[in-house]
Design a protein around this ligand. Structure first.
Ligand code: ZN
Length: 199
């Protein structure tokens, strides 16, 4: 990128490290940023640094939040005895959009993938087990993706939780095989939730 001066080149390089941003998009974004009013750029930069600085895991469900407890865990109207286990905060958001799920969540931040060297210790599984031990839970709904990793994770959790006597269910296969939960429409998600079966 020698044809751009150093600071422009640095901005393009930084943007191109983001997922899904190729070098063309990075250049387009960089020149867009350079044409924005300075206060808007300052706002964008501050939003990024503030979020990175203050966002952490919810003490209870491990989703990302800027408070000790996320709004869902704080809500007394939610059913705190029903926990839906999802792979990431985007999947949580997908289920929240249906507006029909009244339980709480547990966010794993990944799935078990022996091929990629991701074991049970690399996701927030221990935190789930601690939670199940200290709270009265009626049901654990496993809503990991229907990919190989998601299924492996579901089986692993089921084996781990079942001896405790807590009901373990898996969302129905209305979710297409290999389908990412975050991209599935709300009706299909609801159908998958309602059609869940006991493991
Ligand atoms: Zn939470």
């Amino acid at each position: 990128m020698e044809y751009y001066s150093k600071q422009i080149g640095d901005l393009i390089a930084a943007l191109s490290h983001l997922p899904g941003i190729g070098s063309k998009t990075a250049q387009r974004l960089a020149f867009h940023i350079l044409s924005m009013p300075k206060d808007q750029v300052a706002h964008l930069a501050k939003a990024i640094t503030d979020a990175r600085e203050n966002v952490r895991y919810c003490k209870e469900c491990m989703t990302l939040t800027d408070e000790e407890l996320c709004p869902i865990c704080r809500n007394p109207k939610r059913n705190h005895r029903q926990i839906m286990v999802v792979e990431n905060p985007r999947d949580l958001a997908a289920y929240e959009k249906t507006g029909k799920y009244e339980g709480v969540y547990h966010v794993l931040h990944g799935a078990i993938s022996p091929m990629n060297g991701i074991g049970p210790g690399d996701i927030k599984l221990k935190e789930l087990m601690v939670r199940l031990q200290k709270e009265d839970i009626d049901e654990v709904i496993i809503a990991t993706n229907s990919s190989l990793e998601g299924e492996t994770t579901a089986m692993y959790i089921s084996k781990l939780v079942k001896p405790s006597g807590i009901k373990v269910t898996r969302i129905a296969s209305g979710v297409p095989v290999g389908g990412d939960i975050e991209y599935i429409d709300e009706v299909t998600l609801l159908r998958a939730l309602e059609g869940r079966t006991e493991l």
